[in-house]
Design a protein around this ligand. Structure first.
Ligand SMILES: [Zn+2]
Length: 346
């Protein structure tokens, strides 16, 4: 699905400065704790008690770097997803080795077909991504052990290209990476081991032996900034190498709604109850295949009791408090926090 430009969906008074998000996985399983869950009713939702088991957590955290453009990682409106090759069109070829993109070192240009062939990139297994204006975008990959390229090309970590690569190309590169990773890791059936083939007309790999179908994996995660009066709750994740404070975040468990995940993670990580969830925005994050869905919520009860396995420190920051370092511009976490700063600090 097309990412929705955050700027177009935010509440009017929550104008954002930047976009993007990064996170680190906590993965620790936690014991079950009672939680609360919302009915699906936006933007204001009533509370319904129900118990939940613990699950995968993650910390919202930003990347180092200067403020970047609002549309970072949001594919532009003139991008059209495609499932079929478009021979003869001008091309953008995104070639990956792991999480690194092949670019010309001198100017970060993408390789054309002849450069790919000279570098032994197996273009036969490339996949259509879409049209960016008049350019057909396709994704290809080389194996993880492939040698460093010659001819002035290099594999650069995709994350390192934030702010360096054209913002539209960067957004499409994020899509291309997810398509390439999905295709690379679904060449054989997970059920019977048979060879998979790409179906025409949809983004689907199907087993030629048993018919098992596989679609690109998208891992939803929620982020929530809890508010109490004029104060906001920021937490520092125990696993964060930056030590920055951020909003709470966590991956959804199978079977739960995004609202369920908000209530569960808030209660698991800091022992609070919240209500009045309000949607803030969402963003695809291709490292490797997350979709972050961000909310604000109002404190509804409880005292902060941080789970030390996940949270090193969590506290309220109100008007007049010195704000800690929080995620930089390309993070939706930073965008969420900046749009909800304690009034006196805004
Ligand atoms: Zn199979």
């Amino acid at each position: 699905m097309m990412p929705i430009p955050v700027a177009t969906i935010q509440p009017r008074r929550e104008a954002a400065a930047t976009s993007g998000t990064a996170r680190r996985h906590g993965w620790a399983k936690r014991p079950a704790r009672p939680s609360m869950a919302d009915a699906h009713r936006a933007p204001c939702v009533s509370l319904v008690d129900h118990g939940r088991a613990g699950g995968q957590g993650l910390a919202a955290d930003g990347l180092d770097g200067a403020l970047l453009s609002l549309d970072m990682l949001v594919t532009p409106s003139h991008f059209v997803p495609l499932h079929a090759p478009q021979p003869g069109a001008h091309e953008h070829i995104f070639v990956f080795r792991g999480g690194a993109l092949l670019v010309r070192e001198s100017d970060l240009a993408l390789p054309d077909e002849s450069a790919c062939l000279a570098l032994d990139v197996p273009l036969a297994q490339s996949r259509a991504v879409g049209m960016l204006g008049q350019h057909y975008c396709r994704a290809a990959w080389v194996e993880a052990g492939a040698a460093d390229p010659a001819g002035g090309f290099a594999f650069r970590p995709l994350r390192s290209l934030f702010g360096a690569l054209d913002a539209h190309l960067m957004a499409v590169a994020g899509r291309a990476f997810q398509v390439a990773e999905w295709a690379r890791t679904h060449r054989y059936c997970g059920a019977c081991g048979g060879p998979m083939e790409a179906l025409a007309g949809e983004r689907c790999m199907r087993c030629t032996r048993c018919g098992h179908a596989a679609y690109p994996r998208i891992s939803p995660a929620m982020m929530v900034l809890v508010k109490k009066g004029d104060a906001i709750l920021l937490a520092r994740n125990a696993a964060s190498p930056t030590g920055r404070f951020s909003a709470l975040a966590g991956f959804l468990e199978a079977g739960e709604s995004v609202e369920d995940a908000v209530h569960r993670e808030v209660h698991e990580e800091v022992g609070l109850r919240v209500h009045d969830l309000r949607y803030f925005g969402s963003q695809s994050w291709p490292f490797p295949h997350s979709l972050m869905i961000a909310f604000t919520a109002q404190w509804a009860g409880g005292e902060i009791s941080a789970d030390p396995r996940e949270i090193a420190e969590a506290r309220w920051f109100g008007p007049g408090d010195t704000l800690p370092e929080f995620p930089a511009g390309i993070s939706i976490a930073g965008e969420l926090i900046r749009a909800n700063l304690p009034r006196a600090a805004a």
